[in-house]
Design a binder for this molecule. Structure first.
Ligand SMILES: Nc1nc2c(c(=O)[nH]1)N[C@H]1C(S)=C(S)[C@@H](COP(=O)(O)OP(=O)(O)OC[C@H]3O[C@@H](n4cnc5c(=O)[nH]c(N)nc54)[C@H](O)[C@@H]3O)O[C@H]1N2
Ligand SMILES: Nc1nc2c(c(=O)[nH]1)N[C@H]1C(S)=C(S)[C@@H](COP(=O)(O)OP(=O)(O)OC[C@H]3O[C@@H](n4cnc5c(=O)[nH]c(N)nc54)[C@H](O)[C@@H]3O)O[C@H]1N2
Ligand SMILES: [Mo]
Length: 762
């Protein structure tokens, strides 16, 4: 029934640009496949408009003056995925046991359509059975009440609105823990930790208008064409102005090479395209520290020479003196770094590094854009610190057109952290919450994602509540996690579609279906709107108008409140039911807890382009312990956390352009020339020859982690690809079974998904 089964794999290079006719064709396949009603096509036009809904795909900012159709191929797919006319009803569950459904693919599970009714797992028949909302809430509260709060996890995925997230975090804290891991723990937590320490804010400092002022972009480890396609418009505009875009990425990614704007009739008609990257450096996975150290070394050497000759320095000495600390120790490390180590670790020639450094030394306003290629490494936090080091050397933070620009993942993942979804006490205004609500707010650090997994495996976690996401599929060590999940006392999943996590039950298990953001949400006071924060700290209102997938669905705020009123002792300061009746009152509560970022929240939430919550570092106010921006020398030049060895490869687990995380839309990865399969192993041709393999051969990957545990992924087709020797690429989440829980970023605990040590078995 799936495309994979009906069509055989086709692996051949893709010649076209990102965007262009290929993306129009791809949409023409997907929209009818979901049997979207005509009303759904109208919804597409409202996507990312100030009075419309905010796309449920990525977190890239929405401009104040949107295009007539301000959406991309990926956003349209995400909308179609939610508006699908397919349904997964109680009748479906009457026909299928969970054991049987565990044999289905991720694609088949979600493709079956939207969940329609609350469900309770019946262990006797191994099936989900429809239940009532009130019964569900009652039993969940009854199960949670006697448990030690430390044994309960409240996970969330970054799609949930600011309103629901705020309520969810408050419920956890009133219950007695801050075990509030979220998808950000697997994603940009290295950014939150690294930027906070270096410049005092956990988020990037740039906004959309900075693209108009920049004259150079450093682009590290982000696959823009697939994962933030709307940014291609901003990059294209930069290229038209002659902005240099210097890319560091082990893979040749089409979106980083060239782009045809599907919204530009002239480009479409003439098959014109814009070259995106002006330099493209294919470094080794985990080689960014080496490459950046090389650039820093060039700058320092040229600075020395310039000063010795009485010329102006290459470094911004005035900025460094006024605004930074740690410079001397950092420069000492730069001077001590050896070019042999730099070229070996980065995999780049010295001339290549010098070429990028030369541009950087000339540029007056530089943005550093980055994604998972930076954060998902054992040295992910050091990677982020090194990006900041480079920017600080030439004063590239806190002026127009310059600054760190992490590309966040889920559409509200950054906002969730802003309103209290965090396991870290220092990120929460504890006293203000206590004053506002009159309860003792927990101080004990909560469990993050990796710690929650450990707790599930060792049995110390007894209950797991998930507000969205597909935790069990997204985390490392998936085999052991699936084995351990049934030992949970309680498993509660709030979701829109069936996914693999839902097929693993605890002793008591609920699957609760919720409204999506695109759908009309009517409460006691009338139709409601919600809000999200984009990658640049701008907050947008979002109004769903589509007919809900089922009359039985409840909104996320209503579900959280349903549990909270039964779980917690009555508190006159928290009116859960009143909040649900009118979401504006939740926003008032958010504003009281976070008065600065959310000033006049209700009044401003529909401002075109969103309202900016502010950013101290962008104004060169450094909220660090030293009161300055802090340089920090890296501890080494390799980000992988393991040594090279004969036969050991660095596996990068990647997204295709036909998926949203664990949601698989289809089996094509157009830009990488893959059709009808996800069982691909991208490999350098020399490595294929050296290993005695051949193109198209089926191989297995085996974990080569220190712990010696057996982990394997079978059935991968070898595909020669433009990728450095010693590095491999394959798709997430199918490869998560290869990842050890211990292989994560130091400090941030982000699983090191971009350098998994593996061996190949023929
Ligand atoms: N359509 C769509 N959009 C999405 C998502 C999706 O799945 N589908 N996911 C969303 C989410 S949650 C997130 S976090 C983002 C993810 O978006 P990205 O940050 O783009 O994440 P990945 O697809 O994992 O790709 C990472 C890129 O890093 C490169 N890379 C790997 N290792 C290294 C390295 O060591 N150094 C460097 N310099 N580069 C490296 C890879 O070749 C790849 O191009 O996208 C969001 N948007
Ligand atoms: N190996 C490897 N592992 C990775 C990564 C990697 O690059 N490599 N990337 C990591 C990253 S960056 C991330 S962010 C995580 C993603 O981890 P998660 O955020 O946990 O996973 P998603 O796949 O985004 O979740 C998809 C599910 O969300 C539910 N859903 C969709 N919309 C809604 C909604 O509106 N409300 C609710 N309640 N539920 C909804 C649907 O049921 C759907 O099945 O994965 C991480 N894991
Ligand atoms: Mo993410």
């Amino acid at each position: 029934m799936t495309e994979q089964k009906s069509d055989s794999p086709d692996l051949s290079p893709f010649a076209g640009p990102a965007g262009g006719w290929g993306s129009v064709r791809s949409l023409a396949e997907i929209l009818p496949r979901e049997k979207i009603p005509a009303e759904g096509y109208r919804e597409l036009v409202r996507q990312n408009k100030p009075d419309g809904f905010q796309c449920v795909s990525c977190a890239w900012p929405k401009p104040a003056k949107p295009h007539p159709a301000e959406f991309c191929e990926e956003g349209a797919k995400a909308t179609a995925w939610e508006l699908t006319s397919y349904r997964t009803t109680p009748e479906f569950f009457a026909e299928h046991t969970l054991t049987e459904l565990r044999g289905w693919t991720d694609y088949e599970l979600e493709q079956h359509g939207r969940l329609t009714q609350p469900l309770r797992y019946d262990p006797a028949t191994d099936k989900y059975v429809a239940c009532g909302w009130e019964d569900a809430f009652d039993e969940i509260a009854r199960e949670l009440q006697p448990l030690d709060p430390r044994s309960v996890v409240f996970y969330s995925s970054g799609r949930t609105s600011l309103e629901a997230s705020y309520m969810y975090a408050l419920m956890a804290r009133m219950y007695g823990n801050q075990n509030l891991p979220d998808s950000s723990n697997m994603c940009h937590e290295s950014t939150s930790v690294g930027l906070k320490a270096a410049i005092g804010v956990p988020v990037g400092t740039t906004r959309l208008e900075d693209f108009e002022h920049t004259d150079m972009i450093l682009f590290f480890g982000q696959n823009v064409g697939s994962n933030a396609p709307r940014m291609l418009h901003d990059l294209r505009a930069c290229r038209k102005r002659g902005v240099e875009i210097v890319t560091f990425n082990p893979l040749r990614e089409r979106g980083l090479e060239r782009f045809t704007d599907p919204q530009n009739p002239l480009e479409m008609a003439t098959l014109g395209e814009t070259r995106i990257s002006t330099q493209y450096h294919q470094l080794r996975a985990g080689g960014d520290l080496g490459a950046m150290m090389g650039i820093a070394k060039c700058l320092v050497e040229w600075d020395d020479a310039a000063l010795a000759n009485g010329r102006e320095g290459v470094l911004d000495h005035a900025f460094i003196a006024e605004h930074t600390t740690g410079f001397d120790a950092f420069v000492a490390a730069v001077r001590a770094a050896d070019w042999l180590d730099i070229t070996r670790e980065s995999g780049l020639a010295r001339a290549e590094i010098e070429e990028s450094a030369r541009l950087y030394a000339k540029a007056t306003a530089v943005m550093a854009i980055y994604g998972m290629g930076i954060t998902q490494h054992v040295k992910g936090v050091e990677n982020v610190r090194m990006i900041v080091n480079l920017l600080l050397m030439r004063g590239n933070i806190g002026k127009p057109g310059a600054g760190p620009t992490p590309v966040r993942g889920h559409s509200n993942v950054q906002g969730q952290r802003t309103v209290g979804i965090t396991e870290k006490t220092e990120l929460v205004p504890v006293e203000r919450i206590e004053a506002q609500y009159g309860f003792h707010c927990p101080r004990e650090k909560g469990l993050d994602t990796v710690e929650s997994c450990r707790g599930v495996i060792d049995g110390s976690v007894r209950a797991f509540v998930a507000l969205g996401g597909n935790f069990l599929r997204a985390v490392p060590e998936t085999a052991a996690m699936e084995e351990a999940w049934p030992r949970l006392r309680l498993s509660v999943q709030i979701a829109t579609k069936l996914n693999r996590n839902h097929l693993f039950a605890g002793a008591v298990t609920y699957l609760l279906p919720c409204l999506g953001r695109i759908e009309r949400d009517v409460q006691a006071s009338g139709p409601q709107a919600v809000s999200v924060e984009d990658s640049t700290g701008c907050i947008h209102g979002s109004r769903g108008k589509a007919e809900p997938a089922s009359p039985h669905l409840r909104s996320e705020p209503a579900i959280v409140a349903g549990i909270a009123v039964r779980l917690l002792p009555a508190n006159p300061a928290v009116d859960w039911t009143g909040w649900v009746a009118d979401y504006a009152t939740i926003r008032d509560a958010i504003e009281r807890t976070y008065p600065e970022p959310f000033k006049d929240f209700n009044r401003r939430m529909f401002e075109p382009g969103g309202f900016w919550k502010g950013n101290k570092a962008a104004g060169r106010v450094w909220l660090t312990p030293s009161g300055k921006a802090e340089f920090l020398a890296p501890t080494g030049l390799c980000a992988t956390g393991f040594d090279d060895a004969e036969g050991r490869y660095r596996l990068m687990t990647l997204r295709s352009n036909d998926q949203f995380n664990t949601t698989i839309y289809g089996y094509h990865d157009r830009f990488r020339g893959v059709r009808n399969t996800r069982d691909v192993l991208f490999m350098n041709a020399n490595d294929i020859a050296k290993a005695g393999l051949s193109e198209g051969q089926i191989v297995a990957l085996e974990s080569d982690a220190q712990d010696g545990m057996r982990r394997a992924r079978e059935g991968l087709i070898v595909m020669p690809y433009s990728i450095p020797e010693g590095c491999l690429g394959a798709y997430y989440p199918e490869c998560n079974v290869l990842m050890s829980l211990d292989h994560h970023a130091e400090q941030s605990h982000v699983p090191a998904a971009k350098s998994v040590p593996v061996r190949i078995r023929a």
